[in-house]
Design a protein around this ligand. Sequence first.
Ligand SMILES: [Zn+2]
Length: 258
Amino acid sequence: MVPPLFFWSPQLNAAPADQIRLLDVQSLDVRLSQLAHKRKSLPEHAEIESLNKDLSQLRDLLVAAQTEESDCAREQTKAEQDVDQVRQRAVRDQQRLDSGAVSSPKDLENLQKEIVSLAKRQGDLEDVVLEVMERRESAQERVAELTERVSSVQSKVDDAVARRDAATQELDGEAASVAKERDLVAGSVPADLMKLYEKIREQQGGVGAARLYQRRCEGCHIELNITEVNDVRAAAPDTVVRCENCRRILVRTAESGL
Ligand SMILES: [Zn+2]
């Protein structure tokens, strides 16, 4: 037996109506790919990522400000205790002085000197307290400001997440209904034709079947040469024809220009 000269081996036959239905499957598959792509490239994905980056930086700054505030609080307590110690000692000295218990002029002079020096020391230490309190206050302001900013960015994140989820849900709903229709149409196409289609689709970027329109393959958009046109013309209507260039299933219609 003479082997067929056709370039679309292995030979597969399918009724022209089934071949045309395969084009419907193909367009539904394209729709599904578009929906999946749209779902993956929703602008909210980038928006959320960028907002989360801001949020993480702001949270770091907030933690740093809170740490500074609590360090200042500790420093303030310590400085206040220092003031208190000096004040208590000055009070004791003053009581001793007032009690008349110290009679030696030398001791009295030393005691008075110490009271003066303690007063000076207390003043210096009170300045330290004031300085720490100022630093603590600005740290508190910074904590308040950053808390506000964190909460504002967080609400932007929440908003973008809600928009992303709503858009995703809508696309998923649409994809589910397209998939249902696709399965219905695919179920009416002969299994061997579907199998070939799926195999080519996997190899050819999601397009397994293409219409032959005005002698042009709509899969690769290359026009068939005269030999190819003659081969397609000579093929029986139920022969499954393949594009010589891209190897996709070429479906003939009334507009194929044959
Ligand atoms: Zn082609």
